[in-house]
Design a binder for this molecule. Structure first.
Ligand code: DNO
Length: 363
């Protein structure tokens, strides 16, 4: 398992590269050019800039999260070919600086959604929270209005330019079914995966967060069956997944350990985090520790270890603790604690495996 840490870039993150390199076992950053508008080709000079910054601290750039997919591609509009061509050129440039994995998602309009970014957890810390009834009960047009009068829900994964086009986007998606979205995803893969194969890049789709349709928009990367269907759309190591335990774990029907056993060869990158899911479908993000949430993090790490996982792993969102002010979910302290928990479980699993092997060969 190769540990990496998300970094949003100079001036865009409260955590510094100098801090990141001091977290035990962290070898690289998970990065992106967050200010390049979705659909545009990434400029090489900007990519090189990040390369230079990371080099100073001996951190690698192997994992990019995300190169976002333009809505016209998800909608299957004729203009998609232009955006796909740009996407491919970005893949080729990233390969030139040594990138190995590109994480992306195929969620219509919204990336990850929460209703509260600073929910008090009772011990002085705060965390990201999702109130299901609040999202389920929202009429999309009411959402558009509330965003315009500033009483909006909090959309941490949003590119601001999407906000201005919200009503027309909802309109455009009105007749797009789940099957249409599958077809549009397949079209995208059939163009992009051969290019990724050629330059040795593994494209790794991120599951939908939360893993069910919201605001009447389809969402398809939500379960083990759907991930299997996704992988079968294009059978290649370059068509792979970012297995995110927190996103999938918001639905208690998802058996993440079973997914690791089934898909591990197609998981070059994993996000590991815990959530506590309540009976009414709400969830709060907790510390990474197994006992603190509903997801069996120790079992997940062991499943990776059992399968000899050698992909990249990042702790995912953390709580906001010790008074830290940071990007929601992306502080230093709780994610660093998360890493130490993940290493602890990993090392214990590794040791048990080695000892079992020794015993077996001694018999
Ligand atoms: C949230 C992240 C997501 C993720 C994208 C991947 O913190 O896990 O925003 O980066 O969905 O494309």
């Amino acid at each position: 398992m190769r540990m990496v840490f998300r970094w949003f870039g100079e001036g865009n993150d409260t955590v510094s590269l100098d801090q990141i390199r001091q977290i035990p076992g962290v070898e690289g950053i998970v990065w992106a050019l967050h200010d390049v508008p979705v659909g545009e080709e990434w400029p090489m000079e900007r990519i090189q800039e990040i390369r230079k910054q990371a080099d100073v601290y001996g951190l690698h750039l192997d994992v990019v999260e995300s190169v976002n997919v333009h809505e016209d591609i998800k909608l299957g509009l004729p203009s998609r070919d232009h955006y796909i061509a740009n996407y491919i050129r970005t893949i080729e440039k990233l390969a030139e600086v040594g990138v190995k994995v590109i994480c992306y998602n195929f969620m219509p309009v919204f990336d990850w959604v929460r209703t509260d970014l600073h929910r008090a957890s009772g011990d002085g810390s705060t965390a990201l929270f999702f109130e299901k009834a609040r999202i389920d009960g929202i009429d999309p047009m009411e959402l558009v209005r509330s965003i315009h009068d500033n009483s909006a829900l909090t959309m941490p994964g949003w590119e601001p330019e999407r906000l201005n086009h919200l009503s027309s986007l909802f309109e455009a998606y009105r007749n797009v079914t789940e099957e249409d979205l599958w077809n549009n995803l397949e079209y995208f893969l059939s163009a992009v995966i051969p290019a990724a194969e050629q330059c040795g890049i593994r494209m790794a789709i991120h599951p939908d967060d939360p893993p069910w349709p919201i605001f009447g928009l389809p969402r398809i990367i939500t379960s083990q069956d759907h991930i299997r269907r996704f992988l079968n759309l294009y059978n290649s190591p370059s068509n792979s997944i970012t297995l995110c335990s927190g996103s999938l774990g918001a639905n208690p029907d998802n058996d993440i350990i079973a997914m690791i056993h089934e898909f591990h060869l197609r998981i070059p990158f994993t996000h590991i985090r815990n959530v506590r899911v309540f009976d009414n479908g709400d969830f709060i993000e907790t510390s990474h520790r197994t006992q603190d949430g509903s997801v069996d993090i120790a079992g997940i790490v062991k499943a990776y270890n059992d399968n000899g996982f050698n992909g990249y792993c990042r702790p995912d969102h953390g709580r906001h603790i010790w008074g830290e002010e940071c990007r929601p979910g992306y502080g230093l302290y709780d994610r660093a604690l998360g890493i130490m928990y993940l290493w602890g479980v990993w090392d214990a699993a590794q040791r048990a495996k080695t000892e079992n092997q020794k015993e077996a060969s001694a018999v």
